[in-house]
Design a protein around this ligand. Structure first.
Ligand code: ADP
Ligand code: MG
Length: 472
């Protein structure tokens, strides 16, 4: 169902850019099949439709998809065999959608006469790049931001290599590209090579086929700053890894700056050659954590500001308190609010946003009885530990510090488990919180608890009570 909403947003943007006649001829039934690794795949009804869209609208679809999912670099169109299945609720009939969306636009004679203002804002945003200034700094990403700032001031001198890691949508690409921009701003002549793990892989494979590996090598060796985003895509690719290993060594020895990002810590990239993994750890590795409440709130406000959209404070707080999973949801919701405001002219209210979150299955019925005081979720790991210790009636310190007494062990495991499974903290980060335990011991505790609750239904019940209390 989520794809349905995203597709609606994308199509709204497409409608505002193409002529009515063209839209009605070329856009029939459509689905958004998936979004994976920077590629959005749309489904259409036939090869004929697919061919037409590919020829005429790839660029427009790509640009619209990038508004909905920043970071997208590619769109694909496929024939979706499920599109005519009446139970498929993700299908949009573009003609119906066109009618519906143009009807709601009071001042719009025809879609192509006048683009809605959101489109204008969007066009402006396209040239609006990721910068270190518009990255919202909070306790969970502060280190990453400072390291990038230091590197941008002095590439090759501060930390080398820098390896940033964390879940998707936490801002790694933003930081990497912002560093790129900052370095470029400071010194236009520096040669910065920016690629991603999968692009590097493709490029390498192609060069091997065409016997032009030497050229590729040359290009990379001329870099003053080499940035590779998402290195996890190089897992299991031995030859490509060997090539990167050589490039890495040459650049490193020449004091050239190397910046990398991945979805896991280097040591967790088990399908990467050990020698490459250890190189990645040579400089500084920094974990980007999930933003806490305050940071999420600031990100929402920053995003609204750059989109020139006035978002009521209570609505911003409500989204920040409830959309805890990732920033991507925040961005998607904000885009929807803007589009709806543009189409209907109704500013977002708390009730409306709560209904939207519920529809997207992000929350249950959040407004509950009071309607004005949405249930707040926990904001940080500290809140979680407070609630766990309160629930079990023990001292917080007993959970946090090394203490082998049994009465502390289970609550500690519960806290670790919830941080990992529900708040998506990395094992390392959890280890740091719990008196600097190592990653393996946290992993062990989480696995252990998982085993225990398979049998111990009482404990499972306790955990569910805690989860209810904190809304996880
Ligand atoms: P990742 O590369 O970690 O998957 P991205 O850098 O693509 O994440 O971030 C996804 C979106 O969220 C981008 O639009 C980015 O600007 C935004 N974002 C993430 N974290 C922040 C932050 N701290 N401040 C501002 N925007 C952020
Ligand atoms: Mg990324």
């Amino acid at each position: 169902m989520k794809n349905f909403y995203h597709l609606r947003n994308i199509l709204s943007l497409v409608i505002s850019r193409v002529k009515k006649q063209e839209f009605l001829v070329y856009f029939k039934k459509m689905t958004l099949v998936n979004i994976e690794e920077g590629c959005v795949t749309f489904g259409v009804i036939s090869e004929f439709m697919k061919g037409n869209l590919e020829v005429k609208f790839t660029q427009i679809l790509l640009e619209a998809a990038q508004t909905e999912f920043p970071g997208v670099t590619e769109v694909k169109i496929i024939v979706d065999s499920e599109i005519d299945n009446p139970s498929n609720s993700d299908v949009i009939d573009c003609m119906e959608f066109f009618k519906e969306s143009t009807k709601k636009r009071p001042n719009l004679k025809s879609a192509s006469d006048k683009a809605p203002s959101v489109w204008k804002v969007w066009m402006k945003n396209k040239s609006f790049k990721y910068t270190l200034e518009n990255f919202v700094v909070g306790p969970d990403n502060q280190l990453g931001h400072s390291a990038c700032t230091a590197i941008a001031k002095n590439p090759g001198k501060a930390y080398n290599p820098l390896y940033l890691y964390g879940d998707v949508w936490l801002g790694k690409t933003h930081l990497l590209q912002a560093t790129w921009n900052q370095v470029k701003k400071k010194d236009k002549d520096l040669n910065i090579v920016y690629t991603t793990g999968d692009k590097f892989l493709n490029e390498y494979v192609n060069c091997v086929k065409k016997r032009t590996v030497e050229k590729l090598r040359q290009k990379f060796l001329e870099a003053d700053v080499l940035i590779i985003d998402d290195v996890q895509f190089l897992e299991n690719k031995k030859q490509t890894q060997a090539e990167l290993y050589n490039i890495f060594n040459m650049l490193y020895e020449a004091d050239k700056q190397i910046i990398l990002s991945g979805d896991r810590a280097p040591r967790e990239l088990t399908e990467l050659e050990p020698r490459l993994r250890s190189r990645f750890e040579w400089g500084i590795t920094i974990d980007i954590g999930k933003p806490d409440f305050e940071t999420r709130l600031a990100i929402i406000q920053e995003k609204a500001r750059t989109k020139e959209f006035l978002l009521p404070q209570e609505v911003a707080e409500f989204i920040a308190a409830n959309v805890t999973e990732n920033v991507r949801e925040i961005e998607g919701i904000l885009n929807q609010l803007i589009i709806e405001y543009d189409l209907e002219g109704v500013p977002p209210t708390l009730e409306k946003v709560a209904r939207k979150l519920k529809k997207l299955s992000i929350t249950d019925d959040l407004l509950g009885a009071t309607k004005t005081s949405p249930q707040m979720k926990i904001k940080s790991y500290e809140d979680l530990i407070d609630i766990v210790s309160e629930h079990f009636g023990i001292e917080k310190e007993g959970i946090l510090w090394e203490n082998r007494k049994k009465e502390f062990m289970i609550p500690r495991q519960v806290a670790m488990y919830l941080l990992k499974k529900k708040m998506r903290y990395t094992y390392e980060r959890i280890g740091n919180i719990f008196s600097w335990r190592n990653h393996a011991s946290v992993l062990y505790s989480c696995n252990k608890l998982e085993q225990v609750i398979k049998k111990d239904k009482d404990l499972l019940y306790e955990i569910n009570v805690i989860r209810d209390r904190i809304g996880l």
